[in-house]
Each structure stands twice: as C-alpha cells, then as structure tokens.
Design a protein around this ligand. Structure first.
Ligand code: DUC
Ligand code: ZN
Ligand code: ZN
Length: 473
C-alpha cells in the first residue's frame, strides 16, 4: 500500500489570494495547506478544479447567532443552523458576539456564549465581546484579562437603550483597547436624535416599518461617526466603524484618514443591494423584513459603498446576519402583532448570501477584482481580528479553508438556504455563482448540493493581536 503525500489535492485550481491569481495544485495534509505548486504528487483524495476559481474560505467577522434577547424575541439561528448556513455560502470562520448585559459580568457573558456554541458549530469560530456596562471591574480586570486570553476585539454601541455607552464610557473602553492592543468596533448612530425623531413620527401616526429609515437618516450616522473618530483621536487609538451605510459616514472616515487617523471600516451586503424602498413604499408591514440599522439608503449611496470597497476605504465586508423570523411572535411580529417600527427587532439574515452576492455582482459583473473580493471577504477580516495568516489566506501552513466556485446562473430563494429564518431579503435575485465546494480544514462541508458537515466539528479560535493595529513593543 502506497502512503499518499497528501490527504487531498485540488488540481489545476485558479487560486485567488488578496494579492495574486495563479494556477496551482493545492496539497492538503492534516487540515492545513502543505504545498502549492504544479504536478504535486497524488493525494488520497483528488478533486479536479480545472478552470475553477478557488478562494480562501470566507471570514464573516460580524454576525449574530443565538445572542440572548429580551422575551418574546429570539434569534432564529443558533450556532448549529447559523454555521451550517455559513458553510453552504462559502464561509468557514464566523465571529459572532458574546454580549454583556447591563449588570452582568463580562466573564459570565463569555462563559454563557461558549455554552451556546459548544457542540453546535460546524465551522471555526471566534468571539468578539460587546461591552455594555464598563464598570471598574470590567475596565480594570475582566476586559484586559479577556483580551490577553484571545478575545482581542470588542464592540461598543452609541445607540440602543440596553447596550449604549455615553461618551465618557466610550473613552474609558477605548483607553483599554489602546493599552491592551484590542480592536474597538463602533456602532455609530446618535441615540438621542433617533429617539427624538421616533417620538415625532409616532405622534404623527407614522409607525409603519418604512419610517424606521426616517428615524435614522444619514445625519444620525454621520454625527456619531464623527464623534467616534474624535473620541478615538483623543485617546490615540485605532477604531473600526462597523456597518457603514452611505456617503455621509464615508466622508467622515475619509476626513479622518486624510488627517492621519487610523480609522478602519466595515460594510455589508444590505448597503449594496437594498434601499430604503425595501422597507416599504406604502404602510404595508412586509417591509419589516428589511428593518436593520443603519437602514439601507438609496442607489446613489450604493455607488458610494462600491467605490469605498474598491478604493481601500473598507477593510471588511461582513453580513451583520441578525436572524429574526418575519412571521413569528419571536421575530419581526413580537408577540404575534404587527408593531410600530420602534419595536421591530433590527437585523436581517445574510450569512449564506454574503459571499455569493459579492462574487456575482462584484467579481462576475466586472465591478471588483478577484483579489479585492478575497481581501474584503477573508483576508481583511482575518487581519482585522488577529486570525491571519491561519485564516483568510491560501498559503503554506494556513488552515485548508477553501471555496471552489461554480459560475452558473441561479435565482436566489429562501428555499435553497440553510439558515432557520423564514425569509431572505434577496428573494428572487438572479445570481451568477454559488460555492460548488466549501472546505474547512481539509473537510468538504458543502458539495454544491448537500451540507456534509457536522455540528460540533467547528473549533473555537483564540485571536491574536489584530494585525491592522500598530505592533506592540
Ligand atoms: N443592527 C445592529 O446593530 N445589530 C444587529 C442588526 C442590526 O440591524
Ligand atoms: Zn451594530
Ligand atoms: Zn450587528
């Protein structure tokens, strides 16, 4: 019996990285990429990838899975259904959020979230933290210790009553990020402006889902983005503004960069493919499906986001998957009612559609290079959150997390997706590609038709120092 040099060889792949596209065989051994080259020796298993693009498995660095909610709300996806859906859409690493409730210790939030993930994930996962109660214990003990243990990024909110921090609190947590080398992610919307606008809309009887967008105009995001940048400048720490929706926030980030500040940015598919009209053009409740924050804007703003993706403004393209059923008392109809927009849970599903949407409408529609696609969907997020080069790259020694693309016409429907949500905002959208194979640590999890993974095979990843941050001495 001949021993094989590799467990798996992908032959004649068109390998795409964030810097190059080249033809090679990929030799995989013990879950890692062992060799790249031509005419590699045989593997125990061989896959002919001739003529097909192979990219790194996606890193979805912003998604919400089984995050505790105030009853009756409940997220539709837990780690099992959410990571299954991720794998079927070409994502092999997810980073959801261990969210601290006010009054809760950060440690307890992390322990609870590990419990929710344990035995359920089919792809590898890391955690960001959400800091909603920066007590002296959190600032001086818990957060520094957790950063040290590999939870090297955290999100702070400038809106949402149960999560938001005031400016003084934000300064305090940014100072911890600076001293301990963590990436601070900021949800930038002005809470008081939103509340003031919401009350006025309610007083005028304007409570349909579409008014969600009226309560959160771009100004609200612009002001908070500007303030977050100023707070970070005061502390002298890099920040990453998440889910940037359009021109006004983009202008603030460009201004900061022009002034030498390290301000990174993330955007999401909803700001390329949805507009405020998807929240409804009349008072129908259907638009609740697309209620997310910040809200989608308009076609002109979609173009601004495309430009930012292509010119380096954005480092990260995430789904912000926040899975709520439409037709359920646990989701967009809390308690079974069609409620005023302020009570509609924010967020849309998108963990499975993130990669195919950008590959189809970016790469295959000629709006984005393959290298840029890889940078935004895999390499950039892995670098931003301390997972590179193990994740997000096709290089010797990296985990063998790969997507082999099938370039074919299809029409998106919720019936073909693997999340547990009862809708997709992209129903009926024509696409030009879908992952034909998703491989995680050398194992085929998705063969283009069937999910072949297993709950519990996904491993927790401790993150290193984010490589976008200055090196610490
Ligand atoms: N906005 C968030 O900030 N988080 C989850 C989903 C959303 O729409
Ligand atoms: Zn957010
Ligand atoms: Zn989010």
């Amino acid at each position: 019996m001949t021993a094989h040099a590799f467990d798996l060889v992908l032959r004649h792949a068109r390998v795409a990285t964030a810097s190059d596209v080249f033809e090679a065989d990929i030799g995989i051994r013990a879950g890692r990429i062992a060799q790249l080259g031509n005419d590699l020796p045989r593997g125990e298993r061989e896959i002919d990838a001739a003529g097909r693009v192979v990219t790194p498995g996606g890193v979805d660095a912003h998604c919400h899975l089984d995050q505790p909610m105030a009853p009756p709300l409940r997220m539709a996806d837990d780690f099992e259904t959410g990571t299954r859906s991720a794998a079927c859409g070409g994502t092999t690493t997810v980073i959801p959020f261990a969210a601290q409730a006010k009054g809760q210790s950060l440690r307890a939030a992390v322990a609870d979230y590990h419990h929710r993930a344990e035995g359920r994930a089919s792809v590898d996962y890391a955690f960001h933290l959400i800091v909603s109660d920066p007590t002296p214990t959190v600032l001086n003990e818990e957060l520094p210790a957790l950063i040290n243990e590999g939870y090297t990024s955290f999100k702070v909110y400038m809106t949402y009553d149960d999560l938001k921090l005031d400016d003084g609190q934000i300064l305090d947590v940014l100072d911890v990020a600076r001293r301990h080398g963590a990436m601070a992610m900021i949800h930038a919307e002005n809470a008081d402006c939103i509340e003031w606008l919401t009350k006025r809309l309610e007083a005028a009887g304007r409570t349909a889902p579409r008014f969600h967008a009226h309560a959160r105009p771009m100004l609200v995001e612009r002001e908070a983005t500007h303030r977050a940048i100023a707070l970070a400048e005061l502390v002298d720490v890099p920040i990453l503004i998440v889910h940037v929706s359009g021109r006004e926030a983009v202008e603030q980030i460009r201004w900061a960069r022009a002034h030498g500040l390290k301000v990174f940015a993330e955007t999401c598919p909803q700001y390329l493919f949805l507009t405020a009209a998807d929240l409804g053009v009349d008072d129908s409740y259907q638009g609740a499906r697309c209620v997310c924050s910040p809200p989608p804007r308009d076609k002109a703003n979609q173009e601004v986001i495309w430009d930012g993706l292509n010119d380096g403004l954005f480092s990260v393209f995430s789904s912000d998957h926040a899975p709520f059923h439409y037709d359920s008392p646990e989701g967009k109809k809390p308690g079974g009612e069609e409620v005023a927009f302020r009570h509609i849970p924010n967020g849309i599903p998108g963990i499975e559609t993130r990669m195919p949407l950008l590959y189809s409408e970016g790469v295959l529609a000629g709006r984005m290079t393959l290298e840029k696609f890889v940078e935004l969907t895999a390499t950039g997020p892995a670098k931003a959150y301390g997972l590179h080069p193990r994740k997000g790259s096709i290089a010797i020694g990296a985990d063998a997390d790969l997507v082999v693309w099938d370039e074919r016409e299809l029409v998106l429907s919720n019936a073909m997706l693997h999340h547990a949500v009862d809708h997709t905002p992209y129903e009926g959208m024509p696409l030009r590609a879908w992952p034909g194979l998703t491989i995680s640590r050398g194992e085929v999890l998705w063969d283009g038709q069937r999910f072949l993974g297993r709950a519990g095979r996904g491993r927790f990843l401790n993150c290193g120092a984010p490589s976008l941050l200055p090196r610490r001495g």
